[in-house]
Write a protein that binds this ligand. Sequence first.
Ligand code: NAG
Length: 450
Amino acid sequence: MGEKRILTALALLCLSVPLVTPSVIPKDQVCNIYCDGRDSSSATSPRIPVRVEIFGRLIELVISDVDNMAFAKITNGNPGDEVWLDRSFDGGLSWSGDSRIGYATIPGGSRVVNTVMYNVDDPKNNFRIGALRACGKAGDRNEIVCTSWARSTVLAGSRIDAAATALMQFYNDKGLWTSAGWWNAANCLTAIIDYSRVTGSTVYTYAIDNTFVKNINSEDGNFTNMYVDDVGWWGLAWVDAFDLTRNQKYLDMAKLDSDFMYQTKDDHCGGGVWWTTIKDYKNAIPNELFIKLAASLHNRIPGDTKYLSQAIDILTWFEQSGMYNSDNLINDGLTDDCKNNGRDTWTYNQGVILGGLVQLQIATGDNVYLDKARKIADAVLRSSHLNPEGELNRALPNRPYTAYLRGLADVIYERDRNSLDQYGVHYAGPFTIPSAANQHSALEVFTAAV
Ligand SMILES: *[C@@H]1O[C@H](CO)[C@@H](O)[C@H](O)[C@H]1NC(C)=O
């Protein structure tokens, strides 16, 4: 297919998608290096990351990275043809709505017009991270077409920075991530903390305390709710926050969360914590999270014996609970009569326990935990549709999974990414829809591969 036919196909694809009514963002002027409204002839370093064609007109988004601004441009058009920008501060989920920013029409006697330039980011206003797209239409037709979303290379110059910045585009004024649920927000925060630790970047560390302060009374308070696994994800996020900041209040919160989880332990099926406080399902994920959280706490609390013995108690039960299958992979949970229920071997069911076993090896110095972890990780590598996490790799001599993790990072970068450095749900692609949960998962791959 020639380039023109590809562009036409893209235009038709855009047209076939109904334009959902976006939430309207006030069209207040944004000022960063410059204020919105700068003339496009002042662009210092114009480049065109995305374009689209409609009825022979070419509509392009022109980004000037040095200015952190962009404009839209229509060429090969007729007088009266229209062009404008949409600007989004939530990764393209909503945008400037009916206020077609920079709206311009081709003047008489011309075939071309540019909008003025608008800022990509709004760092002075809750550190809003933006994206833009160029839209337009022929003057005598109704159909509107828009390019894909794109942004400047500011805070996005490498693939790991771009992935982190794309995740922070979803960060909202509640201190959570738009499109991600409550527990996924804990994972988003963990991914940002891991990114900050691995790269040394402090750009997004403000989010740690912002999320803590704004959500300490959310759900049932102290990052608890009826889902015991949710509490575990948050507890681990606060351990991570403590590691990066050394602020004791995060470790204290992680202790509260661990204690909350352990309170749901009873003798049904011989032991283990429940999935919810309603106590109707004994399954893998809350137990794995508890093992990792309690062992992590032990490793950070001088003189602790309580958390280590709780972690070993749950692991001992877990290993003979029946949840491991004959492939050495962990199924989702147990039936009412305490048998393996054969449900999905989710990647997180294989991954979280690796981190728990690494923490137990650190706690005890006993390499048997690393052997157990390698058995699971190798089973995952043998499985055609699962992938391990990076934490075990860092704990092992010679880091045997590094090549695998780097290969995985390359695959998702090439095959599962859109023009805004957003990632989809399938690592092998193609890219589907953006979400903060997909995005933190991709970011953790890059972090693990460093
Ligand atoms: C959160 O933990 C603190 C410290 O233990 C306690 O005083 C407070 O009541 C807890 N909040 C809730 C909602 O349980």
